[in-house]
Design a protein around this ligand. Structure first.
Ligand SMILES: [Zn+2]
Ligand SMILES: [Zn+2]
Length: 366
């Protein structure tokens, strides 16, 4: 098969003639990938902040069609279209049973193979930026794609949109309070929609990139640069007799974003962080946290746990997934993947979200 393959820091190649994935366990299925997203967290691996083994196929966001099923798989059959959270889950352990599927005791991570000498406990499996993908724990991980849900919507529900929703949902949003969203990429834009759905009336969105601020503004947020954010929050707060932001949704995963969140949140307010931080320390001290009664919530979104709640909300029109604001590069051929990584990591061509289409043979990028 063909796939994108990581070969050390900032080297991703399009390769053909790779071995097709096989069924290893009776609970596996093999999926033919129809779309695979390139995610901000793939860039951590690409840039070497989260090293992976040479030969890793990246990608943990996908929609596909089942082409082979293990002998124990009952709920899915060949030809069925499915989408997926970015980690698998067993459906039975304490975490799966209590809404934290991302911390399943038996989960696997798509698109991660540990580098030599690192023991990941066998969690890593190959990723979705490929023609074919093996999905373990298929029964309890995959979701059947409803006919009236678009492939793009389903793909975003598998990671970015649901992560943005989780970020907002964890932030104890108050209707009349001040909600700040830091980072207006795919997750931040999703968090704005989720904050509105959860009742937030005053949303301030923060991003360095002007075109991303425009996207946030078109979703109903007041949009400012990081340098303008503190003054903007203070202005809002003065108008309504408040003391700062009640909820800060941090969707960047960088120390500066974390520090800004701390500067903006009021004493007793909530910082909800879903950006994957790779720095070793907090950018505020334990004493600063104490002095401001900060509540800090962080972590990987339990996508599978959320999908049972979000899919009906989306299908029934109460919750909008703004595919048109998020997906800037749709249907990119795998062979153009290396160029797409470059565009996404450099934010060239207003690149917010790339969806690869591994079924395409010839080049699609100019
Ligand atoms: Zn992702
Ligand atoms: Zn589990």
């Amino acid at each position: 098969m063909k796939a994108l393959v990581f070969h050390g820091q900032e080297v991703v190649r399009y390769e053909s003639g790779l071995d097709d994935p096989q069924i290893w366990d009776e609970g596996d299925v093999i999926v033919r990938v129809l779309r695979a997203g390139i995610c901000g967290s793939d860039l951590h691996q690409f840039h070497g902040r989260e090293p992976v083994a040479d030969g890793t196929i990246p990608g943990h966001e996908f929609v596909g069609e089942i082409v082979e099923v293990g002998s124990a798989v009952r709920s899915f059959s060949i030809g069925q279209r499915v989408f997926s959270p970015f980690t698998t889950c067993c459906g039975k352990c304490f975490f799966c049973q209590n809404g934290l599927s991302a911390r399943c005791n038996h989960h696997y991570c798509f698109g991660y193979q540990p580098p030599v000498g690192v023991d990941d406990g066998g969690k890593g499996i190959q990723g979705a930026q490929a023609e074919l993908l093996r999905v373990p724990q298929a029964e309890t991980t995959l979701v059947s794609l409803p006919s009236d849900l678009s492939i793009e919507t389903a793909l975003l529900l598998g990671d970015n949109f649901t992560t943005g929703f989780f970020c907002a949902d964890s932030a104890e949003i108050r209707r009349e309070g001040i909600t700040v969203v830091i980072g207006c990429g795919a997750v931040g834009l999703s968090a704005i929609c989720a904050a509105k759905y959860l009742g937030a009336e005053q949303i301030i969105a923060v991003d360095r990139v002007a075109s991303r601020r425009q996207r946030a503004a078109s979703l109903g947020a007041k949009s400012v640069s990081p340098e303008e954010a503190l003054e903007c929050v203070q202005k809002y707060a003065a108008r309504t007799g408040q003391n700062g932001a009640d909820s800060v949704l941090e969707a960047v995963g960088h120390p500066q974003a974390q520090r800004l969140a701390f500067e903006l949140v009021r004493p007793g307010g909530v910082i909800s962080a879903v950006g994957m931080h790779t720095s070793e320390h907090f950018s505020f001290s334990p004493l600063e946290a104490y002095d401001n009664n900060v509540q800090y919530k962080a972590g990987r979104c339990p996508v599978r746990s959320y999908l049972d709640r979000l899919v009906p909300e989306v299908l029934e029109g109460r919750l909008h997934v703004p595919v048109e604001k998020i997906v800037t590069h749709n249907g990119v051929a795998l062979r153009d993947g290396p160029q797409a990584y470059e565009q996404f990591s450099q934010r060239m061509d207003d690149c917010v979200k790339v969806l690869l289409d591994p079924t395409l043979g010839s080049s699609t990028l100019k």
